[in-house]
Design a protein around this ligand. Sequence first.
Ligand code: MLT
Ligand code: ZN
Length: 470
Amino acid sequence: MKQVSDKTLQALTDIIGAQNILRDDEAMAPYIVELRGRFHTPALAIAIPETIEQLQKLVSWANDNRIGLVPQGGNTGMVGGQVPKRGNEIIVSMAKLNRVRHMDASGGYMCVEAGVTLKNAQKAADDAGLLFPLAIAPQEKAQIGGILSSNAGGLQVLAYGYARQLCLGVEAVMANGSLYQGLSGLKKDNTGYDLSSLLVGAEGTLGIISAATLKLFPKPKGFETAFINLSSPKAALTLYSELLKRLGTSLTTFEMMPDFGMQMQIRHKMIEKNPAAKNSEWYVLAQMSQLPGQSTNALSTALDSALNDRVIEHFTIAKDERIRRQMWKVREQLSGAQSKEGASIKHDISVPISAVPELIERGIEAAKTILPDIRPCPFGHLGDGNIHFNFSQPVGADPKAYMDGAMKIHEAIYGIVTDLGGSISAEHGIGQLKTELLKHHKDPVAYDMMKKIKLVLDPNNIMNPGKLFD
Ligand code: MLT
Ligand code: ZN
């Protein structure tokens, strides 16, 4: 346990009450280590405010005393943004700020607090006969505040957009304790800087998002889901443009994976069998969300044409909900499956959609030149140009030695990404994992603007210190 002065502890107790402070090692353990166990740094304490007023007082006190605060939602982030960097910060858990404040079904939006889980936000929308479409796997844990702060994406960005595009405005506690009230339900508000958008994706470095107004959509009448066999990312790209032409925004999912991703799940008994009727080099999971008035088999009709044109090798339509779930499972488990195959070198990158096949081809070639037995597993959101370009260690290799050589692979992949006009972080953010990369790959003018904004809004650097910037 980190030593905390009596004065600090007393101040914290006065502000949020002893019942909202965690101090002993066992209670703090789940908060200080992130999902993949990669970052593990102590904290002074865990503070769990119950009201916005408490949160404001806490931030204002931390600012006066130069104490770093690390806002934390469901602790599902992947780049260490939600856990301490230095070891002398206080983690601010948003879990108790978890009310759905307002539902406006006719206006198509709702206002929820930061600690509402994704699952509960989806449920609130569903209960009102609408859809909140953001879909990432850990929905029981992930919270709206963290989702917005990290500008999460997920499996339906294609049609509905990522977190920033699903948000009409936020409320946030700023570094001096003041409350930014941007909870507008307005679709149009043309009054200068878009401050809510600035706070979304800021990874808690400018202020702590305490609530948000979120856009809602009509609930689909049903789904048509297909698992598709094809020979290459190039074929997948051709298929994507065909489906987009025919289905427009009712094409809500288009996810690609290599056969390696399928075989390892079979090997580790994570699935019983391949949900496609046969094996192939590559697969696509595509889903059409059927809107009122739309035909039920628009996806299979489009896939029939693709088959005739030899763009794809085969396709399997989910004939019931059980099979649809199996198809989704293969995609959702892909990341977890890789951890069963030993160490993995990962890249969460994006390029213009049309450049995805080139990215994959060049990336595999470059990595194999460095390490011939490396096992590439590029997968993910082809429709967003966002590929999780991961590489599993060669069979039997020493995991530590493999990871020690990661830099060479990183350099090769990020070099190709830059060459193709892409981004070094498409959806997981920067956190503490990619601060160096950001420094080197972000446009220098943009990087300088970001640093200046940080300095003005958080002059004492108490807001999630060490994240985005060192
Ligand atoms: C996914 O799309 O499955 C995740 O963003 C990738 C990951 O967990 O690395
Ligand atoms: Zn992803």
